[in-house]
Design a protein around this ligand. Structure first.
Ligand code: 2BA
Length: 109
């Protein structure tokens, strides 16, 4: 068995949940925060048999979009003046960041 951990954007989370549950997969949704943007995202945990990993990855890929987000990072005005101004940087987020992990044991009591 494999555990798929997928970090997706909040805007895609509802659709991914629908697609996966309608496809017969069991999903746990966690509200998480990205370390870089410090804004909310969604982490999904999906336990699947190995033969279904590709199917789940395809479903996630088809549902999650790539989006541009602007992060405002402080930047020094000049070398060592110690004065910082907000400097907008555009980053590309998503579709999804995915870890596929081997599961030693799956226990349901
Ligand atoms: P964040 O950490 O908020 O990152 C949002 C986006 O900012 C990233 O999109 C990436 O395009 C950019 N980014 C992140 N760290 C950066 C850095 N040090 N320098 C420049 N740009 C940077 P994604 O790659 O699509 O990642 C989306 C979210 O997935 C991340 O949100 C984080 O929550 C998670 N993530 C991505 N890679 C991860 C990893 N290796 N381990 C754990 N979580 C990860």
């Amino acid at each position: 068995m494999k555990l798929i951990i997928a970090i997706v954007q909040d805007d895609d989370a509802g659709d991914v949940l629908d697609v996966l549950t309608e496809g017969g997969f069991r999903v746990t949704k966690l509200a998480t925060t990205g370390g870089f943007l410090k804004s909310g995202n969604t982490t999904l945990m999906i336990g699947v048999e190995e033969e279904n990993v590709k199917k789940v990855l395809d479903m996630i890929e088809e549902t999650c979009r790539v989006r541009q987000q602007v992060v405002t990072s402080p930047s020094p005005i000049a070398g060592s003046t110690g004065v910082y101004v907000p400097y907008p940087v555009e980053v590309e987020v998503g579709g999804a960041t995915i870890f596929v992990v081997d599961v030693d044991q799956f226990i349901k009591i």
